[in-house]
Design a protein around this ligand. Structure first.
Ligand SMILES: Cc1cc2nc3c(=O)[nH]c(=O)nc-3n(C[C@H](O)[C@H](O)[C@H](O)COP(=O)(O)O)c2cc1C
Length: 188
């Protein structure tokens, strides 16, 4: 069955190390364009992307939001991104699906990335309150995940925990476990 899954999906993974190679503005544009082609409830397109290139002041600001763990392994990431969703629109209406839609957009971005040799590594481990402060994010937005983006590096250069993690087999719940009919929650 695995063979029948498109290679773009099979080959997506979250790298722990990136090549020392710039990601061009044009490539970033391509990734974000792919994200914007995702479906969204009422076509509200509630996704927003704040990103910066390694070496810039903005990159340092985004990096400072990350947990210590994530700061360590993202040291090689050429691009850091903070994703947001607009969960209250300009008429004050709550969009229940805003984070759902943002996730779909990031998934499109991830698949596009694989198709041109890049990978994304999403992170929930960051300071959301600080993210609000440093970006002056209005309350109508919710921070989504942060993302490290780049050309994946040689994992044999990793050491210790990070090497172990990069070599872990991909473990997934079975299709039987995650799908079923309306009776799937019956315990007997
Ligand atoms: C919303 C979200 C938050 C995540 N947070 C972190 C994180 O803070 N640090 C980290 O190293 N990986 C994080 N990950 C990466 C997951 O651990 C990874 O996607 C998962 O182990 C499956 O591995 P794969 O993406 O290589 O298939 C996150 C992924 C998602 C989607």
């Amino acid at each position: 069955m695995k063979k029948q899954i498109t290679e773009l999906v099979q080959n997506r993974y979250s790298p722990m190390i990136f090549e020392d190679r710039k990601v061009s503005e044009e490539t970033m544009n391509q990734l974000i364009t792919a994200a914007t082609l995702a479906a969204s409830s009422y076509n509200a397109q509630p996704w927003r992307f704040i990103w910066a290139e390694k070496g810039s002041e903005d990159y340092a600001k985004l990096r400072s939001l990350l947990s210590e763990y994530n700061q360590t392994w993202t040291a090689t990431a050429p691009i850091l991104m903070l994703t947001l969703s607009l969960h209250i629109d300009d008429k004050g209406r709550q969009n229940y699906f805003s984070l759902y839609d943002l996730g779909q957009a990031v998934s499109s971005m991830a698949i596009q990335a694989v198709s041109i040799g890049l990978q994304l590594h999403q992170m929930g481990g960051f300071d959301m309150d600080m993210a609000r402060k440093i970006t002056k994010m209005p309350d109508t937005y919710l921070p989504g995940a942060m993302i490290a983006i780049g050309y994946p590096g040689d994992k044999s250069q990793l050491t210790g925990h990070f090497l172990e993690r990069a070599n872990e087999p991909r473990v997934r719940l079975s299709v039987d476990k995650v799908s079923g009919d309306t009776g799937m929650f019956n315990t007997n």
